[in-house]
Design a protein around this ligand. Structure first.
Ligand SMILES: [Mg+2]
Length: 413
């Protein structure tokens, strides 16, 4: 186990495929392996899209005019980009990332940010998780490699993934961020393009340490208030941007931070009960059923864990949501810590008029009964002049004799 694997600050990964387009071409035509391969059109107005590492040795890089690339690497082998094929492989790669966390933000076809805060415990730490990604990507794609940066935030993760390409794994020590940043050239900062670089060079700032020493006022004067301040924070290794994932499958969820840390018991049960009602009502309002129950737990020390279970048949019933949530919570190892936040969600949504495939052991009639009750409650709430009904006992008691025979796919998400 890596010493960083116990550090919960390492919660962001940037994963970047190595020379992606060129690597896919080699994958489909192994005779290209080891050759200076250039993806792009070699015409007078063409631009290099990707160069293999062999071509990069000649100084060819992406966005370079093809004419210049041909001059630098006359023996380069040219291939036209095949966008369709790259997207196909991209889906496989993004799918691998999704095996490790639902919080995946693709930046382009071949790179993504992953928020792994909720997966650290399940995959035994950030470095171990990153190694497993590096193992899975070639396994799933047939041999492509990925470079990974592991860091406390997006900026540092993106910077790190680029430091040891190809097939690199770079961990940013959260206690030595400044030592890493200080000697680097300013253009290593994500977002500092040639124009900003020139402005910075003009005022004598070439390394990240210079930005820090220059002070925020000087940077704001030359780059504008917002860019200057942003850059100053980055130069200190500070970046509060979050990973913006767009789940392919929508989910409905609610969460609550408690006034004090709770141990599992009456209060957590009361929250889950009302959360289940709330989520189920959302499902009914939107005419949806869910197949997956998601539980999010954050402990007093800000360790975040996600647990989920996917059931055989789609459901809409708050009682079922509640019972599965209770079971998921009971299975979580809190290591003696209190619960600071709980979230309950329903995922894998389908339209509620989708025909239901009856699970072998599902008591569908009970489910349908519960849903009918819920609909009646909704009707009473929405009908003016009628006092809204409330459940006597909000939720059915857990079934003692009929344990759920769901396919239990518990994972980090
Ligand atoms: Mg790449």
């Amino acid at each position: 186990m890596d010493r960083f694997d116990s550090d919960p600050r390492l919660s962001i990964i940037h994963a970047d495929m190595d020379a992606f387009f060129a690597a896919v071409e080699v994958l489909d035509d192994p005779s290209l392996a080891g050759k200076p391969l250039i993806i792009g059109s070699p015409g007078a107005r063409g631009v290099v899209s990707t160069a293999s590492y062999e071509a990069r040795k000649f100084g060819v890089h992406s966005a370079m005019p093809s004419v210049e690339a041909m001059r630098r690497c006359p023996k380069g082998i040219w291939r036209s980009p095949r966008g369709e094929r790259y997207r196909e492989i991209s889906l496989l790669v993004m799918g691998v990332f999704g095996e490790f966390t639902p919080e995946v933000e693709p930046l382009s076809v071949d790179e993504a940010f992953l928020d792994i805060a909720g997966s650290l415990r399940l995959f035994e730490g950030a470095v171990s998780l990153a190694r497993q990604i590096q193992h899975r990507v070639p396994e799933v794609t047939g041999g492509l490699t990925v470079s990974i940066g592991v860091a406390p935030n997006k900026f540092l993760a993106k910077l790190a993934s680029d430091l040891e390409k190809p097939n690199g794994l770079t961990v940013v020590d959260p206690d030595r961020v400044q030592q890493l940043l200080d000697p680097l050239a300013v253009e290593k900062i994500w977002g500092v393009g040639p124009r900003t670089r020139d402005v910075l060079h003009d005022i004598g700032l070439r390394e990240i340490r210079h930005l820090r020493q220059a002070g925020v006022d000087l940077l704001m004067r030359h780059l504008g208030e917002s860019s200057g301040r942003h850059l100053w924070h980055l130069a200190h290794g500070e970046d509060t941007r979050t990973v913006e994932s767009h789940h392919e499958v929508r989910s409905i969820s609610t969460e609550n931070t408690f006034a004090r840390d709770l141990t599992p018991g009456q209060e957590t049960e009361a929250f889950l009960r009302s959360a289940a009602e709330e989520v189920a009502q959302s499902l009914r309002d939107q005419h949806l059923r869910a197949r997956t129950v998601r539980l999010k737990i954050r402990t007093g020390s800000f360790l975040t864990m996600n647990r989920s279970r996917t059931l055989d048949a789609p459901f809409q019933d708050p009682g079922r949501l509640y019972r599965v949530a209770l079971e998921l919570l009971a299975a979580v190892d809190l290591a003696g810590e209190g619960i600071r936040l709980l979230g309950l969600g329903a995922g894998n949504l389908v339209a509620s008029d989708t025909p239901r495939q009856q699970g072998l052991f599902d008591d569908i009639s009970a489910d349908l009964r519960a849903e009918k009750v819920a609909r009646l409650l909704d009707q009473s709430r929405n009908t003016p002049g009628i006092l809204p009904l409330e459940r006597g006992c909000l939720i059915d008691p857990p079934q003692q004799d009929a344990p759920e025979k769901d396919s239990i796919g518990e994972s980090s998400f």
